[in-house]
Design a protein around this ligand. Structure first.
Ligand code: MG
Length: 393
């Protein structure tokens, strides 16, 4: 005898099981192009799946987070970073009764627009684009899912739901917001995105602070002794040293890091729950109408987390060796931009056609954007090989 499984009912039950302030797929503001419902997945599951199948997602494997890909096999890449963000965000989401599928879709998509070579790459491209509207990886992530992916017969981009797109757009200047339609509205009205988007933003920070500590130690650019000057690290270090006095340094730091992650998540859960109850929040609409974000750390944890972040800035991101890498990355990105902008016929056929079209429409602004889109899509090694080739030609 086959037991009938009523999928539609299960999807409905799942929605009912969520907290009242969760974002519900059935209440989505929908997609730019209405595609009708999927028979076996909720709208946010569908978004998540589209992100995973995108070309931009696969490229994340070969884009630097902090350490260049070829420096070692164990360092984070943009891909493993995005997966760690998704893991942290999903567990927070589930603990709060929120929509895990939406959370995962936002987390996996949040860095799709990032350039090669980490922040150095994005800063360099932003400088190249200063007279043409600038470059910001967050806006670019939205651009990837809205227009740049070429996968579907019916539309450009991934045609994601409003809620996933809203979550991807973490920040946006007022000037940009005015030209972005619905997804820009909240920056003008100073309202908030859903809780899934709010917590994914914090999960991003929890993930990178902690994996950068780990990668920083692995690289030898920072040491445990230095980190012990940071309150949150020292606090967990003491506990680990007391409980496991004979641990080797690698296990010791791993144990400290996992405890810091737990401490941050626990605080975030507690503070967010307290904020929800203090403000008597009963729906996703009430979350969005607030003047401030409800997902937050307590003031003390916020301060400790900021101290860890500024330690990393000072001792890792501005470390001589990371700076050297950043300087050569800047040269590569800048020279690629200048070459393609001044000699568009060096662009591959498809991009050249688009560049000509955009130049006719918008002049240098249009051309610059096509060049920036092309460069932003490049992986580290592709950018390096393109740079090498252009130098030789
Ligand atoms: Mg990130």
């Amino acid at each position: 005898m086959t037991i009938a499984y009523d999928l539609e009912k299960e999807l409905r039950l799942h929605e009912q099981s969520l907290a009242p302030y969760a974002t519900r797929s059935s209440e989505s503001r929908g997609r730019a192009l209405d595609e009708g419902e999927c028979e076996n997945r909720s709208e946010f599951q569908r978004d998540r799946d589209r992100v995973i199948h995108s070309k931009a997602f696969r490229r994340l494997e070969y884009k630097t987070q902090v350490f260049i890909n070829h420096e070692g096999d164990l360092y984070r890449t943009r891909l493993t970073h995005s997966i760690e963000v998704a893991q942290i965000a999903r567990s927070i989401s589930r603990a709060l009764g929120l929509n895990e599928d939406l959370t995962e879709a936002i987390a996996l998509a949040h860095d799709l627009g990032h350039t090669a070579f980490g922040h150095a790459g994005q800063d360099a491209l932003n400088i190249c684009m200063r007279n043409y509207g600038g470059f910001e990886h967050n806006l670019q992530s939205l651009r990837v899912v809205d227009t740049l992916e070429e996968k579907y017969a019916q539309f450009d981009g991934l045609n994601l739901t409003f809620e996933t797109r809203e979550g991807i757009l973490k920040h946006c200047s007022l000037k940009n917001a005015r030209s972005m339609g619905l997804v820009g509205e909240r920056f003008i009205q100073r309202t908030q995105p859903g809780l899934e988007a709010q917590l994914t933003n914090i999960a991003d920070e929890i993930a990178y602070n902690n994996h950068d500590v780990d990668d920083g130690l692995r690289s030898g650019l920072i040491t445990i002794e230095q980190l012990r000057q940071v309150e949150i690290f020292e606090h967990q270090f003491q506990q680990v040293a007391e409980k496991y006095p004979l641990l080797n340094p690698k296990r010791q730091s791993n144990e400290v890091i996992r405890r810091i992650i737990n401490q941050l998540i626990q605080d975030l859960l507690q503070t967010t729950r307290a904020n929800l109850s203090e403000n008597n929040i009963r729906s996703a609409a009430e979350v969005k109408a607030m003047q401030t974000m409800l997902a937050a750390f307590s003031p003390d944890t916020k301060r400790q987390n900021a101290a860890l972040k500024s330690f990393l800035h000072k001792n890792l991101y501005q470390h001589e060796r990371v700076q050297e890498m950043s300087a050569s990355a800047q040269t590569v990105i800048t020279e690629l931009f200048e070459t393609f902008f001044n000699q568009p016929d060096q662009l591959p056929e498809k991009h050249l056609r688009l560049a000509q079209l955009m130049r006719e429409k918008e002049g240098d602004f249009g051309l610059a954007r096509v060049v920036a889109d092309y460069i932003a899509g490049m992986t580290d090694r592709y950018a390096l090989s393109q740079h090498q080739q252009l130098k030789m030609s």
